[in-house]
Each structure stands twice: as C-alpha cells, then as structure tokens.
Design a protein around this ligand. Structure first.
Ligand code: GDP
Length: 442
C-alpha cells in the first residue's frame, strides 16, 4: 500500500542518518526530500505546505538538533503531522439506532460504490445486525442486477422494484420494508454518473431531504488522486457528507487523495477499501495509517485481523511474548503458518513492521511453496538457534542451507528479515518510535 510514498519518506530519513551529526542544513535537505515525496504522491499543494510548516515549526521548537537522536525525533514529528492531516481522531462508528438506521451511499461510476455497499452489509452482519441493500441506481440497468449479485455473495437481502423509475419512491418503500421485516440498517445504493452533473446532484439532494439518512457516505477511488478530492468537495457542497470511503488503496494508489481529502474538504475518511473481495473494507484509523506509511507497520490492525482469523490461544501467547520483548524464530514460523492462506498472507504481511519488502517479493509468487521454503530453513535450525539466531555463524549457516536445500544467502536473507522484524516489534511493544528508527537504520 502506498509503496512509492513509503519509499520516498524512507530515503528522506536515510539521508538524515548517515550524516554523522545532524545540522540545520542537512535537516533542511531531509525535509525537502519529505516534501518531494509528498508532492510526488500527488498530495494537494496546500496540504503539503501546511504539513511542512507544521513539521518545521515543531522541529525547531523542540530543539531537535540538540537532542540525542535527532532523526528519530524527526520521524516522530512527521508521524504526528501525518496523523493530523489524515484526520486525527476519527469516529468510525455507524451509530446504529435501536430501530432502522439509513445509510446513503453516493459516488461516481466505477469508484466502487456497489462493491462497498456489499462490504458494509457484510461488516454490519459480522456485528450481528441485519442490513438491507437498496437498488436506487435506476440509471444503469445493470446496476440493479449487480447489487443482487453482491447481496447474494454476502448473504444480505436486496430491495429492488422491477420497472421502477422513481429512485426516491424505491428508497422510501425500502425503509418501510425494513421496518416491517426487523432489518437494522438500510444501505441506499444511489445512482452514479461518469462525471458530476446537475441532475445527479438534484436527485441526491432530494433523496437526502426526503429520506433524511442518518449518515451519507461518498465512495471515491483512491487511485484517481486529486480527482477524488475534487469530487469529494463537490458532493460535500451539495450534501454535507458524514464521511468518505476511499477504495482501491490495495493497488498502486500514490496516496495523494488519502492525504489530501480531509484537509481540503473537511470531511474525514471513515473506511478504506483494501481489496476487491467482500472482506476488504477497514475502518480508517489515521494513527495506524501514519505508522504504515512510515514503515512501522500496523500492529493493532494486524491483531484485529488475527483475532478474527487465527487460533486465539496462539495469538494470546504471541502477544504476551511481544510485550516481554521476546520474539523468536519459532514465533516467526508460527505466524507464517497461520497466515499461509490465500489473500490473508499479503494482507497480514503488509501490516507487519518491516515486512514491506517481503510482501513485494512474494507478490505473484506461490505462497505455499514460499512458506515451505521459509519453514524449511527454520526447521533446519536447532532449538537454540531458533531462540538465539545470533549463534548462527558461517558453518551453522552452511549446515542450515544444506539441510533445507537453499543457498546460504537465502538463510542470511531470512535472518535479516527476522532481525528487522524483531527489532521493530520490540520497539512497538515498548510503545516508541525507537524500534522503527532502528529498523530504518538497517
Ligand atoms: P460503482 O460503479 O461505483 O458501483 O463501482 P463498482 O462497485 O462496480 O466497482 C468498480 C470496480 O472496482 C470493480 O471491479 C470492483 O471490484 C473494484 N473495486 C471496488 N473497490 C475496490 C477496492 O477496494 N480494491 C480493489 N482492488 N478493487 C475494488
């Protein structure tokens, strides 16, 4: 996710390191690189300016240059500013009411609106509530059918009226249907268009006025950069949105839309789409996203996924060991085994600190085979070596390589990867950015 932005920021911090002593002039050079990384990610110019002003003010104010680990402190400041522009503390609750809650979904064609309706219905379902999808996009004949397919795949009922021409009547009837059928949430899939036009906005305004939805969300495509920001602005002028849902962040979105939308429009991002599958919707947490962008991983999201998908006893044990600062190759292997499932693997690795490179390496590769390769190397180690990889000298490395049918370089690569991850995890468990910086030193 946002690979090029991550790489850009990483090289900015790398420049700041390696300098022996940090001075005002090389700090300025590092900050310039941070600025370039943001501009290259297509972040709005005004947002970049505010961001850099904020960073510079804090960097000077905190006497960063005189501190013991100036570059580490600077990462902390950049992290704080990132959290701020991403929206700070966001309330992602859907605030479901005791009776029927109405959610209105808008967006331009292709943004991912219909898919997101399905993802939301699924998410609501996992919380034990029942959602009804409403086919209110009567412009595109295939839209009604598509919603039925999506509803089917997540086990959510779909309300549609054959031959209907009035979307407002459909919405109104659907809410009544929900009341009569003990449904908790109504999700209105409203019409999209290729571009914003008067007629579309009028229709949405009428639905908004007459149905008075509890929350109105705009779905935007995160790959479209500033176009996504501009459409958020236009929709918000017409509707007063409660939140933006930004899709397709799993692709090669540069991040410009993600980092700009809140500052430019005042509307927070509430959910992000991270896969085309129905489980690919996450509540948006600026602090976690900032950590991800800075390559520190997103331990909390990782544990949340783990909680849903994994053997809970194992998870508990790993968490306890992490908190004690213990993380061994055995834990590493256990984690690898648990995530060796299609799709899940990439998602989890992407959230783990320092695993970005490994994720990239594994893209398109045969996960099962890769698991066997990594697991094979760990299996060829003695228990002592797994607990304390520092024991692995040249001759042990040769033995492990031979035992698992790989080259000594591959054993090295695994150990380095493990080392980065362990350092980072210990740093995160301790709650600081120290671990993250240690990681970036490598
Ligand atoms: P709509 O016209 O706004 O209703 O858009 P659709 O829901 O039909 O989505 C358009 C395309 O985007 C489809 O191929 C979806 O599978 C894809 N899509 C939607 N959300 C995501 C996402 O978060 N990630 C990825 N990779 N694809 C997505």
């Amino acid at each position: 996710m946002l690979d090029s932005l991550q790489d850009g920021l990483r090289s900015a911090f790398k420049t700041l390191r390696g300098q022996g002593r940090l001075t005002e002039s090389n700090m300025r050079e590092g900050l310039k690189m941070v600025e370039n990384a943001l501009l290259e990610a297509d972040v709005s110019y005004s947002v970049v300016k505010d961001f850099m002003d904020g960073v510079a003010e804090k960097a000077v104010g905190q006497d960063v240059l005189k501190s013991l680990r100036p570059e580490q402190q600077l990462v902390g400041i950049v992290q704080e500013e990132l959290i701020k522009i991403l929206g700070g503390d966001i309330d992602t609750s859907l605030h479901l009411k005791p009776d029927v809650t109405v959610l209105m979904m808008c967006g331009l064609q292709g943004a991912g609106k219909t898919t997101t309706c399905g993802k939301l219905a699924r998410l609501i379902g996992t919380e034990g509530k029942k959602a009804l999808l409403v086919a209110a996009d009567l412009q595109r004949p295939a839209a009604v059918e598509q919603l039925h397919i999506v509803g089917n795949s997540v086990g959510a009922p779909v309300y549609s009226e054959e031959g209907a021409t009035d979307p407002i009547a459909v919405c109104r009837n659907a809410v009544k249907h929900a009341r009569d059928n003990e449904i908790d949430v109504v999700i209105l899939d409203t019409a999209g268009r290729l571009a914003i036009d008067e007629e579309l906005m009028e229709q949405l305004k009428t639905i908004d006025r007459q149905l008075d939805p509890d929350q109105a969300f705009l779905v935007v495509d995160g790959m479209t950069g500033q176009d996504a920001v501009n459409s958020a602005k236009a929709f918000n002028d017409a509707l007063e949105l409660n939140g933006v849902i930004m899709t397709k962040l799993d692709g090669d979105a540069r991040g410009g839309a993600l980092l700009s939308v809140k500052q430019v429009t005042g509307v927070p991002i509430k959910f992000i789409g991270v896969s085309e599958h129905m489980d690919g919707l996450e509540p948006f947490h600026p602090d976690r996203m900032a950590s991800r962008i800075l390559g520190m991983g997103d331990i909390l999201s990782m544990f949340e996924i783990a909680q849903r998908e994994f053997d809970q006893e194992e998870v508990q044990k790993t968490q306890e060991r992490l908190q004690k600062g213990q993380f061994t190759l055995d834990d590493f292997r256990k984690q690898l085994q648990q995530i060796a499932r299609p799709g899940l693997m990439q998602k989890m690795l992407g959230l783990m600190p320092g695993m970005g490179e490994l994720t990239k390496m594994m893209q398109g590769s045969d996960h099962e085979k890769e698991m066997r390769r990594l697991g094979g190397m760990i299996d060829s180690m003695t228990a002592d070596e797994r607990n304390n990889p520092k024991l692995i000298d040249n001759s042990r490395r040769q033995r492990i390589a031979k035992g698992s049918g790989v080259s000594p370089q591959e054993v090295n690569a695994l150990l380095q990867q493990f080392d980065s991850m362990a350092t980072m995890m210990k740093g995160m468990a301790g709650g600081g950015v120290g671990g993250a910086m240690d990681m970036m030193r490598k």
